[in-house]
Design a protein around this ligand. Structure first.
Ligand SMILES: *Cc1c(COP(=O)(O)O)cnc(C)c1O
Length: 357
């Protein structure tokens, strides 16, 4: 053994005093959290925004590639503390990847219900390889979650969807990190909204940190749903949600009310963006700012662009956009655009011809 000091840097160890844990809680961590705030450069430039600072909170750098790890370290640790033997979740993909990883580490059995054919390949692969029992449902996420609730009610398996309150608690640590890094909260926080747990978590985190004297500002919470899956925007559930951003393909969000509260209490908004706008934002941040996030994350960027074009943002302010998951999760979408990769004979002229195109 060398002299490498094992540093405890998971979100529970970092933010214990703000979380419902005790010395008795067995902490299951993969060193989640502590993700970077990456300064956006091309984005403000493209939009002619000179006097705002925009940061990407890049949650794709968590151990399983999405923000879900922040809540899952809490949910699994608490499940273990409460002597559970198995956990279950419905998932559009990232929850199952995260649940499977933390369950693997804890020794808990893990069941995941996912909508057949509607989950990104990387996420399916993760749940499967971390050893969860993957069950495909011939239906959508909302139907899968209903089944999970029914199984949870029977009492022997712990639900680790965001209806599990410990998930929200863990996820609020992202707001703490932003304040720790910036010295205060930003004026605006832009975030995609699916089941609406994350917008709820951030708002909780921002409020708690302010109450603790760690910040002075509370941001306006600006949430974005996909146009084909925008129940909160329309004010009623969407029976057949459709969007290429599968992580937010949800028609009846579990945290609907608390998302509205975050919106209204912060003086923010929740609006919709089209798949086309999502696709353009997705490509822009990768091709111009060098940050590869998944389509659901790009919904927040698309929303930001829309608001910026309306001159929504006040000058001399800070804006944080949460990029919720890694672009590596969804290879099929990444390769679905009509800018083909060309192949040629192994000849100099042929290669040069393509280089000059
Ligand atoms: C889960 C998820 C979302 C949606 O978050 P909610 O808490 O369900 O609103 C957005 N993007 C990604 C990548 C996700 O995994």
């Amino acid at each position: 053994m060398g002299s490498y000091a094992v540093k405890k840097i998971g979100v529970i160890e970092r933010y214990q005093e703000f979380l419902p844990v005790t010395e008795k809680t067995p902490i299951i961590s993969l060193n989640e959290g502590n993700t970077p705030l990456i300064l956006a450069e091309a984005l403000p430039c493209e939009l002619g925004l000179k006097d705002v600072r925009i940061y990407y909170k890049f949650e794709g750098l968590n151990p399983t590639g999405s923000f879900k790890d922040r809540g899952m370290t809490m949910a699994i640790s608490k499940a273990l503390e409460e002597k559970a033997t198995a956990v279950i979740c419905a998932s559009t993909g990232n929850t199952s990847a995260s649940a499977a990883a933390f369950a693997a580490r804890s020794g808990l059995k893990c069941y995941v219900l996912i909508p057949e054919g509607k989950i990104a390949k990387g996420k399916l692969m993760q749940a499967y390889r971390y050893g969860a029992k993957v069950i495909m449902i011939r239906g959508n996420f909302d139907q899968a979650l209903k089944l999970v609730r029914e199984i949870g009610e029977e009492g022997s398996v712990t639900i680790v969807n965001s209806i599990n309150p410990f998930r929200i608690q863990g996820q609020k640590t992202a707001a703490f990190e932003i304040i720790d890094d910036l010295g205060d909260a930003p004026e605006y926080h832009v975030i995609p909204v699916g089941n609406a747990g994350n917008i709820t978590s951030y708002w909780l985190g921002y409020q708690e940190y302010k109450k603790a004297g760690k910040s002075k500002v509370l941001p306006k919470m600006l949430g974005f749903q996909a146009a084909g899956a925008a129940p909160i925007v329309h004010g009623h559930p969407v029976e057949k949600p459709e969007t290429i951003a599968t992580a937010i393909r949800i028609g009846n969000p579990a945290s609907w009310k608390s998302a509205e509260a975050a919106r209204d209490e912060s003086g923010g908004l929740i609006e919709a963006v089209t798949d086309e706008e999502i696709g353009r934002a997705y490509r822009f941040i990768a091709e111009r700012d060098g940050v590869f996030a998944e389509p659901a994350s790009a919904a927040a960027v698309a929303g930001f662009i829309k608001l910026a074009k309306r001159n929504y943002f006040k000058p001399k302010t800070k804006i944080v956009i949460t990029l919720t998951g890694s672009g590596l999760k969804d290879p099929d979408y990444a390769l679905s655009f009509d800018d083909p990769i060309e192949s040629v004979e192994p000849e100099l002229e042929a290669v040069k011809e393509i280089m000059e195109k």
